[in-house]
Ligand binder design. Structure first.
Ligand code: PMP
Length: 468
């Protein structure tokens, strides 16, 4: 990688900041903050490091947005992408048109996905993969003569994307501004399975029983003949790395079997090695979903791509010969040949470099090291499974009371870490992490030690200002 000061000298920072403020509306744009403080403008990346336009280096413990699994700046990826652009930059994915790379990738995903998830619909990212899953559920129920069985159940604090549908399916209260409308009909939300916030007095086993009963009660309340599917992330990512009670997914999956619900595992974050497996549903949580949605680590963020991978059982119904059906769903960039090549190269690198095994090992080390922060002031909970981690900050460890919103504790910790060259992602009172799978043991130490310093310093400052 040829990062030199000359690269950074070319940026006219004043012009860039002015243009950003005048024209570029970011994802989840925070208007007042952006107006005042602008943004951290990133210009380059290599491995787990990213560089701003001044050439300052940051260890990106967030992995972009849970996605830079193989790390940035890989020459062979750049070459593979460039080669495909020269050969075939685009190809129509509709009806009777296809391209060899989309076909090859679909076959590869069918091979990697658990059980009989042998059919693949390629999308443009995670939201469109979940949207596709939802439409597929409807289509399936319609095709099998159950048009009434179309309501779906999701969970509070879930994140499934940012389209109108997927935002409605998601259950993060913080994302639900009253100015927006959400689809109400046919979407139900269960409790978030966060053991740290279990109702008082409930141990993990009792909490698990409570969650399963809640699910079953909800199905019976709506009517099993009206409920089509259950949507769940194996570990809710943006909801704050919610690691459910042991056995949760298996029990929820069993309820799905009992009432003829499809189980949709949203593995947009948890797949492609983040939990040490290509797909976590079966290997880590021992469930066989009917549909898996994936994106992010599928291309390690090098290009946009998502996929909805589904079972023979669904295929057999929707593709029944002689019915003359068409699945009227698709995107201009479904099966994009360059994205497909990128995913294939990404999978090749993950396998060749044994990165899933490394993620397991180094993820175990991250779990261990982060746990040493538990005794610090402000730290209520530390949640980590392999390379998904979260530190939850509280005002009172005993009562688990949160700081008032205006203290902005997650942001405070994040900005202090950023000054020290470390990026962790603030979500209100949380900091989340999902480093590239290539992260080293030394970089894990750097993350944990920087966090320790920053937490201690923030606690001292809050004490001094009388807020803690
Ligand atoms: N599902 C999950 C579990 C996610 O975490 C996300 C994105 N953070 C999405 C879906 C949406 O993916 P995208 O932003 O690529 O549309």
């Amino acid at each position: 990688n040829t990062l030199s000061q000359a690269l950074f000298n070319q940026y006219d920072d004043k012009k860039l900041v002015a243009a950003d403020k005048a024209h570029y509306m970011h994802c989840f744009h925070i208007f007042d903050d952006h107006r005042e403080n602008g943004a951290l403008n990133i210009a380059a990346g290599n491995g787990a490091y990213i560089y701003d336009t001044h050439g300052r280096r940051y260890l990106d413990a967030v992995g972009g947005m849970w996605c830079t699994n193989i790390g940035l700046g890989r020459e062979e990826m750049a070459d593979a992408i460039a080669e495909q652009v020269r050969l075939l930059a685009y190809s129509n994915p509709f009806c009777d048109m296809a391209n060899d790379k989309a076909i090859e990738l679909s076959a590869k995903l069918a091979e990697l996905a658990p059980g009989d998830l042998n059919h693949v619909f390629l999308t443009t990212g995670g939201s469109t993969a979940v949207d596709t899953a939802y439409r597929l559920v409807q289509f399936y129920q319609g095709c099998r003569g159950k048009p009434e069985k179309k309501q779906v159940i999701s969970r509070k604090n879930a994140y499934h994307g940012s389209t109108f549908l997927t935002m409605s399916l998601g259950g993060k209260a913080a994302d639900r501004s009253p100015e927006f409308d959400y689809l109400q009909d046919g979407i139900h939300h269960l409790s978030c399975p966060n053991p740290y916030r279990a109702p008082q007095g409930m141990d993990e086993a009792a909490f698990l029983d409570y969650l399963v009963k809640e699910f079953e009660d909800k199905i019976l309340e709506i009517g099993a003949d009206k409920v089509a599917a259950f949507f769940a992330e194996p570990i809710s990512a943006s909801g704050g790395v919610i690691i459910p009670p042991k056995g949760y997914h298996k029990r929820m999956w069993e309820v799905c079997q009992k009432y003829d619900l499809l189980y949709i595992s949203d593995e947009v974050v948890t797949s492609f090695g983040r939990l040490g497996a290509f797909f976590a549903s079966k290997e880590v949580f021992d469930v066989q979903p009917d549909i898996i949605t994936t994106a992010k680590g599928l291309t390690s963020g090098y290009l946009p791509l998502g996929a909805c991978i589904f079972s023979e059982r669904i295929w057999d119904v929707i593709a029944e010969p002689g019915k003359g059906r068409c699945f009227a769903h698709g995107f201009t960039y479904s099966g994009h040949p360059v994205s497909a090549v990128c995913a294939l190269k990404n999978i090749e690198i993950l396998q060749r470099e044994n990165l899933l095994e490394h993620a397991k090992q180094v993820g175990g080390y991250l779990e261990q090291q982060l746990a040493t922060l538990k005794d610090l002031p402000l730290v209520g909970d530390v949640r980590c499974k392999k390379l998904m981690a979260c530190v939850e900050f509280v005002k009172d460890k005993q009562s688990k009371e949160l700081f008032p919103a205006e203290i902005n504790i997650g942001e405070k910790i994040h900005s202090k870490a950023q000054e020290r060259g470390l990026l962790v992602r603030p979500i209100i009172h949380l900091n989340v992490m999902s480093p590239p799978l290539t992260i080293t043991y030394q970089q894990v130490d750097e993350i944990v030690e920087t966090l320790r310093e920053v937490i201690v310093q923030t606690a001292a400052e809050l004490k001094q200002s009388g807020d803690f």
